[in-house]
Design a protein around this ligand. Structure first.
Ligand SMILES: [Mn+2]
Length: 477
């Protein structure tokens, strides 16, 4: 899915802090994880390893230096009101990144000190047996939560306000001088210090009331960390991308003229779900003919016609990480000479950018490489001007828990970063749009295309579509 805004520096993720060893938190990592823990049973991705969670929290405290961090979980939605057709609870990404938990009504508190051990406290709502008979087992404060998170100190949510008041009284000057760092699913009315009187959130309200000092946003600190993926994140992301590549192959094998866009969407999302993806990372874009030129088209209502191109920009979400892979196919099974020429141009531009990926290169440089390729190879394909003029969105964005993942765009590439490479050319006058998008992991020496399982060359796409057509003719599909 393309970003429609120009890439620019969105955050400054720098934090000042004296390097210290975060022994207190790392020690918690030695706790064993309970098997079959109730809170994580529903996730095919399994629990985030405790040593990862502890390392993320330690790195965050290191960057913060001194202060009190409060990270708010997401809340359940109001089924009848807010989202009438969506009963899903989805955890806040930063809260999940630091705790691995899918609990609502929770908060994580981290205390960063320069003059003593750091602290981590997890607040969870007390269990309610009567409610659990309707909605299933919940994770309450106790040993299981401690084992899952590596946070030994787990307390009932009801104690939070009292603890905040005591924290202020105990450590008034030195601790709060580092400020309150607020993050996670903070209600809009609680985001600014000035509107504190209207903030009645059970966690954010008491934290704001207790903090006498500066309030900072946690977002840039965690964004800077999330930009470089650790081993568990890459495992989840690879799986999300594998599932999405399989969905692209299934769609290619199923496509034929006369199908509705939503039928292809159904093939795609069926594949996601049966492979354990819990939801789409973003609404599936299946745009045929004229809709292939609309960047974020997701109505998927049109009936395809012979000769149409179909842009399929899709991403499964697996274990809180989302893929983002686009393929453009000729619904009749063969590209016309004109479609093929535009397709080859976009593919060449994409490959030129992928070939340039290595540590130290910037996203802006990659975009310039792709655009230069288009300018040098457009010939007369787009009339008097270069086809680069019809490449109307950015080349790349970060990929991770969010499809347009967090992180500043002025950071040069480094190993462990994952980005999309997605040039496109859109000619609305002809109803002809082509976008090709892959997900690339930056390695020590270059880039690894994680989405290579989805056919990308003209020959590979046409061959797979032909095999699907043969299977249909034989009654096998
Ligand atoms: Mn994208």
């Amino acid at each position: 899915m393309p970003l429609t805004v120009e890439i620019r520096a969105l955050q400054n993720g720098s934090g000042s802090g004296t390097p210290r060893v975060r022994t207190a938190l790392l020690a918690c990592a030695l706790l064993s994880v309970a098997s079959g823990a109730s809170a994580q049973v529903g996730s095919p991705a399994g629990a985030v390893p405790v040593d990862r969670l502890a390392a993320r929290r330690a790195a965050l405290l290191e960057a913060i230096g001194r202060g009190v961090v409060v990270v708010r979980s997401a809340e359940e939605r109001n089924l009848e009101g807010d989202y009438p057709q969506d009963s899903d609870f989805r955890q806040d990404n930063d809260f999940f990144y630091l705790t691995g938990l899918e609990s609502a009504g929770a908060a994580l508190v981290l205390v960063a000190r320069t003059d003593g051990p750091d602290e981590a406290i997890l607040y969870l709502p007390a269990r309610q047996p009567a409610k659990e008979q309707w909605t299933g087992e919940a994770l309450g404060p106790g040993a299981e939560a401690a084992a899952l998170t590596g946070i030994a100190d787990v307390r009932p949510a009801e104690r939070f306000a009292e603890d905040m008041a005591r924290l202020r009284a105990d450590t008034a000057s030195p601790l709060w001088r580092g400020g309150l760092v607020l993050g996670g699913a903070v209600p809009p009315a609680c985001r600014v210090r000035a509107v504190e009187p209207r903030c009645d959130d059970a966690f954010v309200g008491p934290a704001l009331a207790a903090a006498g000092a500066e309030v900072r946003s946690l977002a840039p600190y965690v964004a800077s960390q999330r930009l470089v993926k650790d081993a568990d994140e890459l495992k989840r992301l690879r799986r999300a991308i594998d599932i999405t590549a399989e969905a692209q192959r299934e769609a290619m094998r199923s496509a034929s003229p006369g199908m509705y866009e939503y039928e292809l969407e159904a093939v795609i999302e069926y594949t996601f779900r049966r492979r354990g993806a819990e939801r789409v990372g973003f609404p599936s874009i299946v745009g045929s003919g004229p809709n292939s030129t609309v960047l974020h088209y997701d109505k998927n209502r049109r009936q395809t016609r012979p000769g149409d191109l179909v842009v399929m920009d899709i991403g499964a979400e697996y274990g809180y990480y989302t893929a983002d892979v686009t393929r453009t196919i000729p619904v009749s099974g063969r590209f016309t000479p004109r479609q093929r020429a535009i397709y080859e141009l976009v593919l060449g531009a994409q490959q030129a950018a992928i070939d340039a990926i290595r540590p130290g290169v910037s996203v802006q440089e990659l975009e310039e490489i792709a655009r230069r390729y288009m300018r040098e190879h457009s010939g007369g394909l787009c009339g008097d001007s270069s086809c680069d003029r019809y490449f109307i969105h950015g080349l790349s964005h970060w990929l991770g828990m969010d499809v347009h993942d967090v992180g500043a765009y002025d950071r040069p590439l480094a190993p462990g970063m994952v980005l999309t490479v997605e040039p496109g050319v859109y000619l609305p006058g002809e109803g002809l749009g082509v976008r090709i998008e892959d997900d690339v992991l930056v390695t020590a020496t270059g880039g690894e295309v994680l989405s290579a399982g989805a056919p990308r060359t003209v020959a590979a796409v046409e061959a797979l579509m032909a095999s699907g057509a043969r299977e249909r003719a034989a009654g096998a599909r």
